[in-house]
Design a protein around this ligand. Structure first.
Ligand SMILES: [Zn+2]
Ligand SMILES: [Zn+2]
Length: 242
């Protein structure tokens, strides 16, 4: 549905999910029990982040530390001003995300966006715009959809933010990050994105992805948005990989 505003899209998406559920009752993406897309028991069992967290990247810190920044942020400050994740990448959250990655399920995206909206609202960031981390053209062709966009759009509606499509674009293909070291990941993602100044200038932007690992992708996205004139950039992901 190109060109539809996030609020209308959200209503249509909710309606579609309700109709689909009536025809074919959903099963939990993690345990497979019928009834809900991600059942309350699996949500409660999902691993969460233990405080304290790095105030910039959101990484869990040692429990008795006085530091407010993790070692990575102390060594090199990321371009985004803050980052939040709903949970840790593991257990029932990992199973549900993996299903979401390989099976287009906008009903599951609605459940995820509700949880993530609460985590973002708790940060009280002054957001007005939401963008998704774009997939490379090749990956998009293979998968047929971008799971980050599927999540970001209903999230924008819940947060009352704009959702300008194609405000952030990938300008070159990158190799998969799996197996790369932290510096290699940053090198791999450097300059991978560009943003449209007319969409993001003077805006406070939230970049959304499904999973954050080293933060290299979100850092590269934030750099592109700031280079295009964004006032500040924050990041939100469903999960954070340890
Ligand atoms: Zn379940
Ligand atoms: Zn940090």
């Amino acid at each position: 549905m190109p060109g539809v505003n996030p609020r209308t899209y959200f209503i249509l998406q909710s309606l579609q999910a309700t109709l689909l559920d009536a025809l074919l009752p959903p099963r939990c993406a993690a345990c497979g029990q019928p009834g809900q897309r991600w059942c309350p028991a699996c949500q409660v069992a999902a691993p969460r982040l233990r405080l304290p967290l790095c105030r910039q990247c959101g990484e869990p810190l040692a429990s008795r530390t006085r530091a407010t920044l993790c070692e990575h942020c102390r060594a090199a400050s990321p371009a985004y001003h803050g980052a939040v994740a709903w949970g840790l990448y593991g257990g029932s959250l990992q199973t549900a995300i993996q299903k979401f990655k390989f099976q287009r399920d906008s009903g599951l995206a609605l459940v995820f966006s509700g949880l993530l909206a609460e985590a973002v609202q708790a940060q009280a960031w002054p957001l007005d715009t939401v963008v998704a981390v774009p997939l490379g053209a090749q990956r998009l062709r293979q998968r047929g959809y971008n799971q980050a966009a599927l999540l970001a759009r209903p999230l924008a509606a819940r947060l009352g933010c704009r959702y300008p499509r194609r405000a952030l674009v990938r300008v070159r293909e990158t190799r998969p990050q799996v197996g790369l070291s932290r510096p290699e990941r940053h090198q791999n993602m450097a300059g991978a994105f560009a943003a449209r100044p007319e969409q993001v200038r003077n805006r406070t932007v939230l970049v959304v992805d499904d999973v954050m690992t080293s933060g290299a992708t979100l850092d590269a996205a934030a750099r592109a948005l700031l280079a295009a004139g964004a006032r500040a950039v924050y990041a939100a992901t469903l999960a954070r990989a340890a």
